[in-house]
Write a protein that binds this ligand. Structure first.
Ligand SMILES: Nc1ncnc2c1ncn2[C@@H]1O[C@H](COP(=O)(O)OP(=O)(O)O)[C@@H](O)[C@H]1O
Ligand SMILES: [Mg+2]
Length: 492
């Protein structure tokens, strides 16, 4: 394009170009926008139909980005246009301006029929590094005016502007898609912050936590002691929309009922001896945020009733008050007990259980994800102890074959001790002290006695939970029940 050519554009066309460039500069990819632009181009050059197509090098053909007719309709089939012209532009990489197509020997018999009524064709290649990037093509019918040299110049300007913008938009779209994919990948398979674990159950758990975090659903976290229930509850809050609002937790196990109740619900002055002034409860303080009820299985019937009200209506009443307050709080609860069983046996309100059990999450015991043991140990040494300590092969085996009744919490204690005991920054087998090692090794009774000793020990470790005890011993619950019966320790 030379200076003379540019000068030949009239005011209307310059204005149109300016408008187009501005639109293209702000546009994100929207088909309607490109369609709109082509409609504009159609009007300015007085064309019947126009196509904006990109050249696909792999398939060696043009592909329509957008094609329009003067009735502002889409055209989807490129074969409706002159094949010869497209081929020629591809070959010569030069603009084309044909008049009188019907009598032009350049057009085959077939094309003349196909292009019946087509009078004038205009076509501009879009070049990028001397290669065809795409094409802008337009045609008119006999009853319309012929295209002019000016139209060609205009179209050339437009084509290059549009191609530049489109490239930018396409790469932007690509980045945006990538971003969505990456974001999703993090959510789908990566871990929860602070929760180490690459094992399949932990990945599944992470997925679940990410999903439920986005909702306001009540979550019940189940799992043995030390499996990471606290961590999971915090993660759910931190990954939720409530993350900038308060997160409060209350340990509910083995705390006197009155105390627990006044902590959770607050009280009015004079509610009981010692209530010298009004006090806000923790549930009230956590308004708009998340409240974590830890070890919920042991709470009293009175407290269960009060919590039911919170879960059903998000309402609280301070002790000694009649005033009902609304709170917007998301509830997460946790227990290492079999809450379902407890509710079946009548030891926990069934209606409360169902209210809590909206979205149960079970954290698997460490012995069911042994590949995480070393990961957790190493991460703890490096990130929490800030030390460079190796764990030798035999120590690794010892750690991996233990059954970890205290789960991650116990593992961390064992590693802490080992890190102190070890020499030359290397943890060996001897540095790993597992609690019941000695008992087992020094035992000198009969096999029968050993069986009973082991069973009792496990029952103790699992808070008398027979399911978990059976699982850890690799026997059926029935076996455990029979043994206890033998010992006269079962009510069954
Ligand atoms: N997957 C894990 N990765 C790293 N540390 C963990 C993991 N799970 C638990 N822990 C740690 O183990 C300890 C016990 O976890 P916690 O959430 O209190 O267990 P729970 O509430 O189930 O008894 C905490 O110090 C916690 O940081
Ligand atoms: Mg806990």
């Amino acid at each position: 394009m030379n200076y003379q050519e540019i000068k030949s554009l009239n005011k209307e066309q310059f204005e149109a170009l300016l408008q187009l460039s501005q639109t293209l500069n702000t546009a994100s990819y929207e088909e309607s926008l490109i369609e709109q632009m082509l409609d504009w181009v159609l009007k300015i050059i007085n064309a019947e139909r126009t196509v904006f197509a990109k050249f696909d090098e792999a398939e060696n053909k043009f592909k329509i980005i957008s094609a329009r007719n003067y009735q502002n309709e889409n055209i989807y089939d490129l074969t409706e246009f002159s094949e010869n012209t497209l081929k020629q532009v591809l070959k010569d990489k030069k603009p084309i301006l044909y008049h009188n197509v019907q009598s032009d020997p350049n057009f085959s018999q077939f094309e003349s029929v196909q292009l019946k009524n087509i009078q004038s064709i205009i076509s501009v290649p879009i070049l990028r590094d001397d290669k065809i990037w795409g094409i802008v093509f337009a045609d008119t019918r006999t009853n319309r005016k012929d295209f002019t040299q000016e139209n060609l110049i205009f179209l050339n300007f437009f084509a290059n502007l549009a191609a530049l913008a489109l490239d930018r938009i396409i790469s932007f779209e690509k980045l945006r898609n990538q971003n969505i994919i990456l974001q999703n990948r993090i959510e789908v398979q990566d871990q929860i912050p602070n929760m180490i674990g690459e094992s399949k159950p932990m990945r599944q758990l992470a997925k679940l936590i990410h999903k439920v975090a986005k909702t306001d659903a009540t979550v019940l976290i189940l799992g043995e002691s030390g499996t990471g229930k606290d961590l999971a509850a915090q993660a759910i809050h931190n990954l939720s929309e409530r993350k900038d609002e308060p997160y409060l937790a209350q340990f509910c196990g083995s705390i006197p009922d009155d105390l627990l109740m006044s902590e959770l619900f607050g009280y009015k002055k004079g509610a009981f001896t010692g209530a010298n002034q009004d006090k806000k409860g923790l549930l009230e303080v956590s308004d708009k945020g998340t409240f974590f009820l830890d070890e919920i299985a042991d709470i009293s019937g009175a407290l269960q009733a009060k919590l039911l009200r919170v879960l059903e209506n998000r309402e609280i009443i301070r002790l000694g008050d009649t005033n009902v307050k609304k709170v917007d709080v998301r509830i997460i609860a946790a227990t290492n007990k079999d809450l379902k069983q407890l509710s079946k046996e009548g030891n926990f309100r069934e209606d409360l259980f169902y209210r809590l059990n909206v979205f149960p999450i079970t954290i698997p015991p460490l012995r069911e994800r042994r590949e995480d043991i070393i990961l957790i140990a190493q991460s703890y040494i490096k990130n929490k102890l800030n030390k460079e300590i190796q764990i030798d092969a035999k120590a690794v085996t010892k750690l991996e074959s233990y059954y970890w009744p205290g789960n991650v919490r116990q593992l961390i204690n064992v590693i802490q001790r080992a890190a102190i005991l070890c020499d030359q920054n290397k943890i060996t087998e001897d540095d790993i002290i597992l609690e019941d090692d000695k008992n087992l090794l020094n035992f000198d009774g009969t096999l029968k006695e050993f069986e009973i000793l082991l069973l009792k020990k496990r029952l103790e470790q699992f808070d008398d939970n027979r399911t978990q005890t059976a699982k850890s011993l690799g026997v059926s619950v029935r076996w455990v029940q029979l043994k206890l019966k033998e010992l006269g320790e079962s009510e069954e």
